[in-house]
Design a protein around this ligand. Structure first.
Ligand SMILES: Nc1ncnc2c1ncn2[C@@H]1O[C@H](COP(=O)(O)OP(=O)(O)OP(=O)(O)O)[C@@H](O)[C@H]1O
Ligand SMILES: [Mg+2]
Length: 368
């Protein structure tokens, strides 16, 4: 029988489901749920879990119960956190993919993370971090530079910021920062053979300086980030940072769509040229379907005299800003200086303006 550990009259809101028959693991998870002030339901095995499985906001599935859940076909229907104790038996991690586990965590290392996860559920908050995404309407539009400028500007305000590179063919956004030699993990080392990312360790293991961390591709061959890995990275960013900026590829893959869906706002950078407008039209409609708050950034110069408002009208997008070409910026990039790093110039101005446009939230506001 499921054993709810809360009185029957308490809130009707669906509760996270804990599935395990391991008493020590159960003790640990219940203690962490209590620390996060979350009410949970408990099932000792797959049979007991079945009636609650799909309605649970997420399932914390003990390593001991994994095989039973797979056998009874519970896999893939709910957000699953696969959990084990370090001191326990070797968990069947090879089932993580079949379960479509969002996270794979080991206690005690993941204790703080799990408390946060329960607390976010209890308070109805997905985490304090805001997510914005940037992509280009054509190749070389300046999207990666803008994404990096936004992250650097947020850092200059003292905000904990995570810059996520979602473009496997972009050459690594760490290079735009001039951080390509900086130690720390990049996507290829972070994503293991099954696409898992260990969320508690994630941000701390990345290259970073001050309050800015970057999750970048490197110069090796990794075709794509698995969707689960991107979801885990976004989740870690939302929970642990004030701002997450995602540099998207123009050819949107599964991981990019996950990031776009998580973004409260996206910016499409389009050069003020006729052909760039034509090329951007399709991208704009695909992106807007996943992130309705899509704004246009027009990159100047306009060789044919096209006005930024005309570009906006042609694409049917609100004009969020204009980015003039800055020869000093182009030179600075070649010498490894981070864009907007001095806080001066048109890029820094635009980044301040765009960050200021993010509406304040209950927790922290991005721009003072
Ligand atoms: N505001 C700017 N002023 C001057 N040069 C710029 C500016 N933005 C970008 N550039 C130049 O354009 C190049 C391409 O920029 P960036 O990599 O940001 O484009 P992208 O849209 O991300 O391209 P990709 O299609 O490769 O992802 C930069 O290396 C830089 O030389
Ligand atoms: Mg780019």
């Amino acid at each position: 029988m499921p054993t709810p550990n809360v009185p029957a009259h308490s809130s009707e809101r669906p509760r996270p489901l804990v599935v395990t028959a391991d008493p020590e693991l159960l003790d640990d998870v219940l203690r962490l749920a209590a620390a996060g002030t979350a009410e949970v339901r408990v099932a000792i095995d797959a049979v007991a879990a079945r009636p609650m499985w799909t309605s649970a906001p997420f399932v914390v599935l003990g390593a001991d119960a994994v095989e039973g859940c797979i056998r009874t076909g519970l896999a893939g229907r709910a957000a699953v956190i696969l959990i084990a104790r370090e001191a326990g038996v070797e968990p069947p991690w090879h089932y993580a993919e079949a379960l479509r586990a969002e996270h794979v965590v080991v206690l005690p290392a993941a204790e703080a993370w799990l408390v946060d996860r329960f607390a976010d559920h209890a308070t109805g908050s997905p985490g304090r971090g805001r997510v914005v995404a940037v992509l280009g309407g054509r190749g070389g539009a300046g999207a990666s530079v803008l994404a990096t400028g936004l992250a650097v500007t947020a850092q200059r305000y003292g905000y904990d910021t995570l810059l996520i590179d979602a473009d496997p063919l972009g050459g690594g956004v760490d290079l735009v920062l001039g951080w390509e030699r900086m130690r720390g993990l990049r996507w290829p080392e972070l994503v293991d053979a099954r696409g898992r990312v260990n969320p508690p360790a994630l941000v701390g293991a990345l290259p970073g300086q001050g309050s800015l961390a970057v999750l970048s591709f490197d110069r090796s061959e990794l075709d794509a980030v698995p969707v689960e890995a991107m979801a885990a990275a976004l989740d870690a960013g939302r929970r642990g940072r004030d701002l997450v900026v995602v540099d998207l590829p123009r050819r949107l893959d599964g991981a990019s769509l996950v990031a776009l869906t998580a973004a409260e706002r996206a910016y499409l950078v389009v050069p003020a040229e006729l052909r760039a407008c034509a090329a951007s039209r399709r991208t704009a409609s695909v992106v807007a379907a996943h992130c309705p708050a899509l704004g246009l950034v027009v990159r100047l110069p306009a060789p044919g005299g096209v006005d930024p408002d005309e570009v906006a009208a042609a694409l049917g997008l609100p004009l969020a800003g204009v980015l003039p070409t800055d020869p000093r910026l182009a030179r600075a990039l070649e010498t490894g200086s981070p864009p907007a790093g001095t806080g001066r110039g048109p890029l820094a101005d635009l980044c301040r303006q765009l960050l200021g446009d993010l509406r304040p939230r209950r927790h922290r506001v991005v721009v003072p």
